[in-house]
Design a protein around this ligand. Sequence first.
Ligand code: ATP
Ligand code: MG
Length: 400
Amino acid sequence: MQYDHILIRYGELSLKGKNKKQFISQLKKNVKQKLREFPDIHIIRARDRMYIKLNGQDHEPIIEKCREVFGIQSVNLALRVENSLDKIKEGALFALNEAGNAKTFKITTKRPNKSFDVPSQEMNQVLGGHLLSNTEGITVDVRNPDVEIRVEIRNDATYIMAGKIPASGGLPVGTTGKTLLLLSGGIDSPVAGYLAMKRGVKVEAIHFHSPPYTSERAKQKVLDLAKSLTKYGHEIRVHIVPFTELQQKIFREIPEGYGMTVMRRQMLKVSERLAKQEGILSLTTGESLGQVASQTMESMNAINEVTNYPIIRPLVAMDKVDIIDISRKIGTYETSIQPYEDCCTIFVPKQPKTRPSREKIHQFEDPVDFSEDIDKILRNIETITFTEHEQQSDDFGDLL
Ligand code: ATP
Ligand code: MG
């Protein structure tokens, strides 16, 4: 006997009323995509859950992959047996033995299939008795058992499960629209992208690159980060923006203390233009209130003035240590801490204004016309697409 199914429980999406169907079909698509390298498995979608029929495939790597798919609350190994009392007894004993060192157990039976003639309560007792008389040193504890064995008698068969493995939660990527993530090489923005995806958002990334002030290695780092994020969102397009000329112009034309604020404003303008062009309805950044000079309330007010696009800031109220924890967990930290500088650190003034006002910014920025520079930038964006299972596409092969 061996576990032959994995049961997938939906998280929040089971609450979504009439959108539920669309959510479940997106989830199924995402699970299928994720498990592409296991052609023998079969995914079965039920109203309130999904099953993966393993067909002899080892369950461990599949469970690990399922835990990376947003929209899944928990997974379980399950044994499918026919609806016969003997088979169910045998299955329950198997599940208890598989549970390792459990000293106490509890049986919970559900019987959606009312034509099966042993009621749930009675089934709990029959199975409990069977397990007690076939094991030694194990007792029943209904309040706080080491292992809960769940028996579900459904129309097609009975499923027997023990334990519950938590997964990522969230909503299936692709169910809540698209965002354009401003992706730097730092710690924060990849985490912001991950958290946006967790809410079901599909992410495209934009990165501002300023060669020769920033190196190919710095750009490669950003591409590596994007590639890491495909684990959670399957496909990510990265738009690399040639930012050098515009940055030099800011450096020339704007008093030093205000350069950073003006640069951020131009970044948002370019991002909004690109988002519009691509039919994307929001921007996402890794900003966190009070973290650096550009993230004071005054800076955010001055920077945000240039766009009325919604800006998603998943990290806005988070502490750096908690952001770092997530970045370690999702596997972006080691890449993020590589020392290649990005465009912002190079042009950073020695003393940026931490409290820029909109009035002052207008005084310095209004006389300078950036519109042609932005048009030119948009014409020269380079786009690279990453998918989880493949190398990047587009004309970029020589970099990797
Ligand atoms: P991060 O760790 O994400 O780099 P940070 O703490 O270094 O963030 P800033 O440098 O102020 O903070 O950047 C704030 C946000 O602006 C970043 O989280 C990112 O979303 C965006 N950003 C910064 N630099 C770039 C860049 N070169 N290209 C695209 N987006 C950028
Ligand atoms: Mg940064």
